[in-house]
Design a protein around this ligand. Sequence first.
Ligand SMILES: NC(=O)c1ccc[n+]([C@@H]2O[C@H](COP(=O)([O-])OP(=O)(O)OC[C@H]3O[C@@H](n4cnc5c(N)ncnc54)[C@H](OP(=O)(O)O)[C@@H]3O)[C@@H](O)[C@H]2O)c1
Length: 290
Amino acid sequence: MRILVTGRNGQVGTALAASLHGLGEVIALDRAQLDLANADAIRTAMRELQPAMVINAAAYTAVDAAESDEATAFRINADAPRVLAEEAERLGAAIIHYSTDYVFDGSKDGAWLEDDAPAPLSAYGRSKLAGEQAIADVGGTHLILRTSWVYGLHGKNFLLTMLRLAETRDELAIVDDQVGAPTWSGTIAGATAAIIRSAGEPAQLAPLSGIYHLCAGGHTSWFGFAQAIFADPSVPNKPLLRPITTAEYPTPARRPKNSVMNTDKFRRAFGDLPDWNEALADCLRQRAAH
Ligand SMILES: NC(=O)c1ccc[n+]([C@@H]2O[C@H](COP(=O)([O-])OP(=O)(O)OC[C@H]3O[C@@H](n4cnc5c(N)ncnc54)[C@H](OP(=O)(O)O)[C@@H]3O)[C@@H](O)[C@H]2O)c1
């Protein structure tokens, strides 16, 4: 089975390289090889490569920058997924696409379900929601995997920011009134590989088409996430952590207060997911081993 992966240098793209090993002929492209801003380039690549499965790990993920560049966010997060989905449908291929907790406004008491009404607070969230809708509109075989608070040992993320800041600062002020599930890129890639392994071939995924919440179990705040990072024995610097409110840390984009997503649908269809603190420990073990 030929599997095309976009965004190979991203957090999830990098993790997929390891997880997809042995599952087929994986062709992973970076931005220089396939620029999702160029719809013609997407069509050409899809028609030349004729994959049986497309995993779209590329996205415009600069949440704050998107506030002043919504057009580019839409081009990458909505227009490009539509073209990928159209081309996949033409080929009878399946598309696996990642989306985000930021499609929700965070106002719910309790965990968000897949069919809860989205109401994004940010340009990034609007562009990702438009991408979900575009793929569903095309109507081919598609899995939209909404994840949250992605971190790993590669790229730009909260874990690496904390570790870097702790090298030079004794005290860190961290937002404590947004809750969600920190999700390791390794968990996302492993779960994606499990989907492909269980399906065997793309046609088997057709009846499963739809949206799934794919994030770690449990939840915490950014402050709680930071506490867990610095509590790990492998992390040498232990700065003093001070909880602050979102209002004390203003950013261009508004973020949901409650990002916690219910993952029962994913677990029923594709298997278990680790709790966020277990996955964090695994990730830090991997870091210590290198
Ligand atoms: N990060 C999070 O906290 C988070 C939370 C919820 C959902 N998600 C979703 O999860 C998925 C994976 O995110 P991630 O954290 O792995 O993102 P990431 O680390 O920012 O990686 C995104 C990748 O997309 C590539 N890209 C951006 N614009 C492109 C373009 N025009 N053409 C081709 N490639 C382009 C980037 O290329 P360059 O390396 O060249 O920049 C990068 O490799 C995305 O769908 C994202 O929306 C992420």
